[in-house]
Design a protein around this ligand. Structure first.
Ligand SMILES: Cc1cc2nc3c(=O)[nH]c(=O)nc-3n(C[C@H](O)[C@H](O)[C@H](O)COP(=O)(O)OP(=O)(O)OC[C@H]3O[C@@H](n4cnc5c(N)ncnc54)[C@H](O)[C@@H]3O)c2cc1C
Length: 378
């Protein structure tokens, strides 16, 4: 198959960019498991953390406005309640299913296993062996490839050592001794999800920090913040780094505090690599704690690094100019390899923290569609 633009990834970024290209009638193809993070890698009991204004899939005519969706699909009373706080995950999933069924193009439900260049063309090979030739590639593959495990856990091979990305697999644990590692929202949610039916030990490097961004700010303030955020690109490098660091500190929403700090949870402050954790039969034994665990939940997050794009062939990867393991991007999200674009978390140092969240999808989609219109107007 041949196309002008090929989008790798069908999360909020890939789909928003596809909507923008579709709006400008620019030929493209898109592959990935649509909204897989939200359907398969988040707990059924959670609420989404971002404000609804900043959790919308971009569409040039604002067709996927969350507020309209909620008021059209729930009673007035339910809608008011839903919109007054963080969106429950089942509401957000219903919204994403609506977007998925409404878009006027097909997503190829396959991952790319190899990306290479042949002259000026990009060749993307899918899981089923099909190949897609394109003039442009947009990498929007999200954070899965960047899952991080501490050194000491890397050498343990057990189905009961689970990274929170694979969260659905421990939902039926009962009467187990569980070790949860990490101080971010995923760790907090894991502890709360498990603590009533299991004995939970919660390990954090520092005392947990409870914080929630102000939610449901007036729409004009949000719209202004979104309009201004692309200018982050023009800040000096030191200022961008300093600002980005504020968003790196792990935090947990205060609504989980009471449960997390209750007597039912054993809290330990230490580094996972100091526990001397090893497999003893099917269980995990920590020399330092002198304790045995049936399961370990590693809520140890993601380390974003361009070298984690393993599907890109080595020659192509090496030719992308990078700084501190992040790709250098121009104002249109283009890498130093002509016609190769990268969006999402890998663009954060250039484009700001918004790019790690759904709120950044609008900028990426608008910039790339404008670039494409200039270069591929038919
Ligand atoms: C547990 C959790 C909760 C979060 N909560 C929030 C929140 O409340 N609000 C918020 O704004 N952000 C939240 N985030 C951040 C989240 O990563 C982003 O908001 C958003 O989902 C990023 O969109 P994306 O399109 O870059 O990636 P993703 O949503 O991860 O989508 C990636 C897409 O790429 C596809 N893909 C992956 N590899 C390949 C490949 N090799 N070939 C083809 N396709 C591929 C996947 O199938 C998927 O379709 C959360 C993240 C996590 C992990």
């Amino acid at each position: 198959m041949k196309t002008k633009i090929f989008i790798i990834g069908a999360g909020p970024y890939g789909v928003s960019i596809a909507n923008a290209l579709h709006g400008k009638k620019i030929p493209f193809a898109i592959a990935g498991k649509t909204f897989s993070l939200w359907y398969e890698h988040t707990l059924d009991t959670m609420s989404i953390r971002s404000d609804w204004h900043s959790s919308e899939i971009y569409e040039p005519n604002d067709k996927y406005n969350v507020r309209d969706f909620v008021y059209n699909n729930y009673t007035q009373e339910e809608a008011k309640k839903i919109m007054s706080y963080q969106l429950p995950i089942d509401v957000f999933r219903k919204y994403l299913r609506f977007v998925e069924s409404d878009v006027n193009y097909k997503v190829i439900p396959q991952h790319v296993v190899k990306l290479s260049k042949n002259g000026d063309a990009f060749i993307s090979e899918l899981e089923n062996g099909d190949k897609i030739e394109s003039e442009v590639v947009i990498i929007a593959n999200g954070i899965e490839a960047h899952k991080y495990l501490p050194e000491s856990l890397l050498k343990i091979n057990s189905p009961d050592l689970i990274h929170t990305w694979n969260v659905h697999k421990y939902t039926d644990w009962k009467n187990k001794n569980v070790l949860v590692i990490g101080a971010g929202q995923s760790a907090g949610e894991a502890v709360v999800h498990l603590y009533e039916q299991n004995n939970v030990t919660w390990l954090t490097r520092n005392p947990p920090f409870f914080f929630s961004e102000p939610l449901n700010l007036p729409t004009p303030i949000f719209k202004l913040a979104l309009k201004l955020s692309p200018f982050f690109y023009f800040f000096p490098y030191w200022a961008r780094k300093k600002f980005t660091r504020i968003f790196v500190k792990p935090a947990i929403t205060p609504n989980l505090k009471e449960k997390l700090m209750s007597d039912k949870v054993i809290r330990i402050i230490d580094d996972a690599d100091n526990l001397g954790l090893e497999l003893n039969g099917e269980k995990f034994y920590s020399k330092k704690l002198n304790k045995t665990f049936d399961g370990v939940v590693a809520s140890t997050g993601y380390k974003i690094d361009i070298n984690n794009l393993k599907f890109a062939d080595a020659q192509l990867l090496n030719s992308i100019k990078s700084e501190d393991n992040f790709p250098v991007l121009d104002f249109d999200f283009q890498t130093s390899v002509k016609n190769l674009f990268i969006v999402g978390a890998l663009s954060e140092p250039h484009y700001g923290p918004a790019q790690k969240f759904i709120m950044g999808t609008g900028h990426a989609a608008v910039r790339i569609a404008r670039w494409a219109e200039k270069n591929f107007r038919q």
